[in-house]
Design a protein around this ligand. Structure first.
Ligand code: ZN
Length: 139
């Protein structure tokens, strides 16, 4: 399997507040702020040296990230791995008994498609699998 760590997702109540550490004190370069309306979040990426940290802030009370923070507090939310062919990867993982959250890729940020592997299969950490530019390719 060909997977590469792309980013580490951290759930926060306020991106602005946490940029005071990640950007202003740590000095990491911040990308554009994006809203992923399908998942009711806004996200910002910081380049932390080859991989990224994604700060994720809920957009409203019905956001899954809002529920996550309510239950577990701010903190590590997921690891995101880039894959070459997401559909093929999902089939392969299912065949090997890995528990998936979604069987069908959904749209993520920046024209990517994503899917999630259930934490019960990975030692308690939610895993996002992402294929870059897949949406544009299909058009
Ligand atoms: Zn992510």
């Amino acid at each position: 399997m060909s997977m590469k760590l792309e980013h580490i997702g951290i759930a926060v109540t306020s991106i602005e507040r946490h940029l005071e550490v990640w950007r202003d004190i740590f000095g990491f370069v911040v990308g554009e702020m994006t809203e992923v309306t399908g998942q009711k979040v806004k996200v910002v990426m910081l380049d932390v040296g080859g991989v990224h940290v994604e700060l994720i802030e809920p957009l409203g009370q019905d956001s899954p990230i809002h529920k996550f923070i309510e239950k577990r507090g701010e903190g590590l939310h997921h690891l995101s791995f880039e894959v070459k062919d997401l559909k093929e990867m999902i089939e392969e993982l299912k065949k090997r008994g890995v528990r998936m959250i979604d069987d069908v890729p959904r749209s993520g940020a920046h024209g990517s498609v994503v899917t999630f592997v259930h934490p019960s299969s990975t030692g308690g950490v939610l895993i996002e699998l992402s294929q870059e530019g897949a949406v544009e390719q299909e058009v």
